[in-house]
Design a protein around this ligand. Structure first.
Ligand code: GDP
Ligand code: MG
Length: 162
């Protein structure tokens, strides 16, 4: 896989920490916001890059709002793997669970990253039970030192699958 490329798409509800995660991994990451005609709604996209195990890893953040499914589909084209970010300081919402169901059915490697583990109210042990059939990492997206090792470990598991 040396010199290869990997497209990883980051999913998750609004506020899960997608932008924070991509920014922590790549301080030069791009954050793009498009304003819609529906008032103050914005569609946010993120793009970052990092080299792991001699692979160029391209990270794409998707919009968290439910109705932007078509945007998620466009960004997902050609993805090699997916990450589902889950805020484990709050109860897991239906939308996150439906994203999980959709991603689980796809034939691509999936990692669930339980985020905001630094918050006193976070409860990764409880939240984790909903995602038991997947690779689960506990992270704090706002700290590179706690986000990058999880991504590195996930990319390491992909070596045999790609
Ligand atoms: N305490 C804490 N706050 C976080 C963490 N990750 C993200 N946040 C905060 O959660 C909020 C939403 O993060 P953001 O990256 O914008 O979420 P997105 O909507 O999924 O892109 C922001 O205020 C972040 O600063 C984390 O690991 N710990
Ligand atoms: Mg965002």
């Amino acid at each position: 896989m040396a010199g290869g490329k990997l497209k990883i798409v980051v999913f998750g509800a609004y506020n899960a920490g997608k932008s924070t995660f991509i920014q922590a991994i790549d301080p030069k990451a791009r954050h793009v916001e498009a304003h819609t005609n529906e008032g103050d709604t914005t569609v946010a996209l993120d793009y970052g890059r990092v080299e792991i195990h001699a692979l160029q890893v391209y990270l794409f953040g998707t919009p968290g709002q439910e109705r932007f499914e078509f945007v998620r589909q466009i960004i997902s084209r050609g993805m090699d793997a997916a990450i589902l970010l889950v805020d484990c300081s709050v109860a897991t919402d239906e939308f996150t669970l439906s994203l999980y169901e959709t991603l689980s059915k796809m034939e691509i490697p999936l990692a669930v990253m339980l985020n905001k583990c630094d918050l006193p109210g976070s409860c990764p042990a409880t939240v984790r039970s909903a995602f038991e059939s997947s690779l689960v990492y506990e992270i704090c997206a706002s700290e590179r030192a706690l986000a990058l090792p999880a991504l590195t470990a996930f990319v390491g598991t992909l070596a045999g699958e790609l």
